[in-house]
Structures are given as C-alpha cells and as structure tokens.
Design a protein around this ligand. Structure first.
Ligand SMILES: [Zn+2]
Ligand SMILES: [Zn+2]
Length: 243
C-alpha cells in the first residue's frame, strides 16, 4: 500500500509540473500548492456558534453557552464532544465525496486544512490530546477503496500539530451502508464492529478520534465506547465536516 501512495505522490508532483495549479471546484487559477481558489474557499460553509456543546449541531438564534441539542439530551455518549469547523454542504461536501469515492487523492490537503482549523476549538485545548485515532475501515472496504480516508487525514494532521497517529482500533465487522438507517438501526448495525488493537497504548490517554464526516454520531460513539472500555482517559472527536 505504501508503494501505491508513493506512486500517487510522484504522479501528483508530475501533474503539477505539466499543468499549472487550478481550483478543483471552478478551474480558476490558484497559487501553487493549493486546489481551491479564494472565491470557492470563501463559500465553504462554516459551522458557526451557537451550536450544541456535545455534537456541534448548529442552532438558529441566541443561546446560553452550555446548550445541548435535543438529539444529545437523551443520549449517553462516550465522547466528550464532536468538533467540526464546516458543514457538509457545497464545496466541502463535493471535495469529501471526490476524495473518498472518486479517488481525487490530491484533495486530501484541502480536507486536512479544514480539519486542522477545528483544532482551534476551545473544547480541544485542555486536556491536551495525546494521540489521533482514525476511525478504521473494514479490511474488505479498504481493499475496495485502497485507502482509509480517516487515516490519511489523521496522518496529515499529525504532521501539522504534533500528537501522533495511533491506529488503536480495528473494524472487525463489515457493516452495510448506514445512510438509510435510523439512529437505533445504526447502533444495532455497528454493535461489535470495532475492537481495540492495543489496550496498553490507549489506557489513561486523552484521545482524539478522526473521521471525515460526523452524521448521526453513531460510528464515533461506537468507537468511543470501545476506547473507553479499554481505559482511555477521554475521547473527543474531530471531523472535517458535519452532515
Ligand atoms: Zn474556485
Ligand atoms: Zn448535540
């Protein structure tokens, strides 16, 4: 798999030489090393406060700082908060899809940049996160896609910020697509899907789970549950966007 990545990177380097940089969304010229022009970057929809302190669900109107949304009020989560800087709409949603399903691998840098912006959120400041844990793909899905989007993004984030990537989880059950399932069905679908790989590495540590999109939170909740079961001191979540 390492070879495939090296080849891809070499290919990108070659393409950059052959073609001048342009915006992956509107084709306008861009500065070298970026795939998004200033105009399209400005269209990325930010998740602005006020939002739920737990899941970052935005809310119209003024609210107290400690607000928790109706979706979180009746749930017991194992993660302290799920932070996201953007909403999965427009160019953000388009880039995530192209990266994940159309193999536009070069978009990983733009996505990692959006992900990194989330680190400024005060909920992630203290206690400091000690390791980045990517949400794993099942081996069969990995073979199909040839990369794990969460792991690729976690690696790029680690290079920028310091906390190392810890591949602490394994996905042991192949789960069918969750998009048509309701919340209860999603949790049932995910039961026993993940297992902790190295309990000792997880124990007493403050972990930051990394994924591309937060939708209902069922996947990260199931990951957080098994990490807490293995003795993690805390689990917080950071995603590129919110569905
Ligand atoms: Zn553009
Ligand atoms: Zn919430």
């Amino acid at each position: 798999m390492k070879t495939a990545h090296a080849l891809r990177q070499a290919g990108e380097g070659l393409l950059a030489l052959l073609y001048p940089p342009h915006c992956a969304s509107c084709s306008a010229g861009t500065a070298s090393g970026t795939h998004l022009c200033a105009g399209c970057a400005a269209e990325a929809k930010e998740n602005v406060a006020p939002f739920c302190q737990r899941c970052s669900q935005p809310f119209e109107g003024a609210l107290d700082a400690g607000f928790t949304c109706a979706n979180c009020a009746d749930r017991e989560f194992h993660f302290d908060c799920a932070v996201t800087r953007y909403l999965s709409r427009g160019v953000v949603r388009e880039f995530i899809h192209r990266f994940k399903y159309d193999r536009h691998f070069y978009l990983r840098h733009t996505l990692a940049g959006w992900l990194a912006e989330g680190l400024a959120d005060e909920r992630l400041r203290a206690p400091a996160c000690e390791a980045l844990v990517p949400v794993p793909l099942h081996a069969a899905r990995f073979r199909e896609r040839d990369f794990n989007q969460a792991e690729v993004l976690a690696e790029l984030l680690a290079r920028r910020t310091g906390p190392p990537v810890l591949r602490a989880l394994r996905r042991i059950r192949y789960t069918s697509t969750q998009t048509r399932l309701d919340r209860a069905q999603r949790m049932e679908n995910l039961r026993d899907a993940f297992r902790v790989r190295h309990s000792a590495a997880v124990h007493s540590r403050h972990l930051l789970l990394i994924d591309d999109v937060f939708t209902t939170g069922s996947t990260v909740e199931e990951c957080a549950r098994v990490l807490c079961g293995a003795g993690a001191a805390s689990v917080r979540v950071l995603t590129v966007a919110r569905g």
